[in-house]
Design a protein around this ligand. Structure first.
Ligand code: CTP
Length: 403
């Protein structure tokens, strides 16, 4: 699959005086290699004409949800899928309230619900409206769902007030939103485990688990797309071979352990997404177990902890672990981060209606020593891309700060 080197941005323009700045923002985003499609709220059209955005973006501008002509072209669901990012600038207090409440009463708020792309908001409003507890509460809700909040800046406002609420300048926003240029992981060697392991009981039976390998394979491709040389050590999965430099197929935890440890000295990053069996049958039998007794007791012994062993190497590679938890997700994951000496841990909530094993969607809480970030529920491919970008961010930061 060819990698696009541009980023597709749906720019949602809200009804505020700063809408005029979004014309320049469109231009700045395009200069930075983004493809931009503009969607305006009705209120925004009172400030700037759609024709202006059409001329600058080079594409028709959409303003209404129920427009048969526009739907015959790129329908709103298609537009939601097309986007790599939904950027709303200016995000007014009213828009933020509707987004926080999940209301979909116009094209832009409908797109915000329909898209899996990450959401960025550049708020712009009067300083009293910005400070109002209702706005602050909506901001917290949107932030907790993973929205990126850009600004606002402080200073003189169009209404004469002075304070926070000014939209960031187009150049500042465009520099944050720009697609990663080049390959930030060029030259980096990644070793990544994925999938389940199978622990044989006898020649026909094994102890296994429900991991599909989807998240690990998607992450291996996302890291490859960022320029890394990825060696994937995978347990048995039903997935097609991913785009990586090398794939090593293993079956048991001991085989995975050997495959990883023999390559650990040659990696800069180690990412452990595999669901490795913690225990294996103590003595797998050479012949099929016969059901001649009323009860069968299996004796299991511990498998080596591959991730902890790699993290204990000196010097250690940058290590990323996964934690599947049913409760107290953040607390247990942080404990694992410290106990195993990791740089980053991606915790997912398993069980119940949330994502996890055998699903196409997932949500993650990313935790590192002095920070955390929520990646809300979305398709595993998109989620893997965002996780890969965070891995790059933390990895480059570790290299910038001597430990
Ligand atoms: N891991 C590993 N080798 C093992 C076990 C786990 O490399 N033998 C890695 C997994 O790939 C994952 C992380 O360690 O990145 C999960 O840690 P673990 O402590 O096994 O998590 P849980 O099984 O969820 O832990 P617990 O049973 O303690 O809740």
């Amino acid at each position: 699959m060819a990698r696009r080197n541009s980023s597709r941005v749906v720019l949602g323009v809200g009804g505020g005086i700063s809408a005029y700045k979004s014309v320049d923002l469109t231009r700045r985003l395009k200069e930075r290699g983004c493809e931009v499609r503009v969607v305006m709220t009705q209120a925004a059209t009172a400030f700037v004409g759609p024709l202006t955005f059409q001329a600058v973006s080079g594409h028709p501008v959409r303003t209404t949800l129920l427009d048969p002509a526009a739907e015959a072209g790129m329908g709103h669901i298609e537009l939601a899928r097309w986007a790599d990012r939904l950027l709303i600038a200016p995000a007014t207090a009213d828009l933020m309230a509707r987004l926080a409440a999940g209301i979909a009463d116009d094209l832009l708020t409908t797109l915000a619900l329909a898209t899996e792309a990450p959401l960025s908001l550049a708020p712009a409003m009067n300083q009293a409206m910005w400070r109002h507890p209702a706005t602050q509460r909506n901001l917290d809700i949107l932030r907790s769902r993973g929205a990126q909040i850009l600004g606002p800046a402080e200073g003189g406002q169009a209404c004469g007030d002075v304070g926070p609420g000014r939209m960031l300048e187009p150049l500042e926003i465009a520099d944050i939103i720009r697609p990663p240029t080049g390959a930030p992981l060029a030259g980096a060697r990644v070793l990544l485990t994925a999938g389940p392991t199978r622990e044989p009981l006898d020649p026909v039976r094994f102890l296994g688990n429900r991991s599909s390998g989807k998240m690990g394979f998607a992450l291996a491709e996302a890291l490859t797309d960022l320029g890394a040389r990825v060696v994937l050590v995978s347990g048995p999965t039903a997935l097609p071979a991913p785009r990586v430099a090398e794939q090593v197929c293993v079956e048991t935890a001991l085989e995975m352990h050997a495959a990883v440890l023999s390559r650990a000295a040659d990696c800069d990053l180690f990412v452990a997404t595999a669901a490795v069996a913690d225990y294996r049958p103590a003595e797998p039998l050479g012949q099929k177990i016969k059901k001649d007794a009323g009860e069968l007791t299996l004796r299991l012994v511990r498998n080596p902890d591959i991730l902890a062993e790699v993290a204990a190497r000196r010097p250690p590679p940058f290590t990323v672990g996964f934690a599947a938890e049913t409760d107290r997700v953040e607390e247990y994951a942080r404990d694992k981060l410290v106990r195993k000496g990791l740089d980053l841990i991606a915790a997912n909530h398993v069980g119940g209606a949330r994502g996890g094993f055998e699903r196409d969607e997932n949500a993650l809480t990313l935790i590192w020593k002095d920070g955390s970030r929520e990646l809300p529920m979305r398709g595993k491919t998109q989620l893997a891309r965002e996780l890969a970008l965070l891995i790059v961010e933390r990895y480059l930061e570790r290299h910038a700060t001597p430990t």
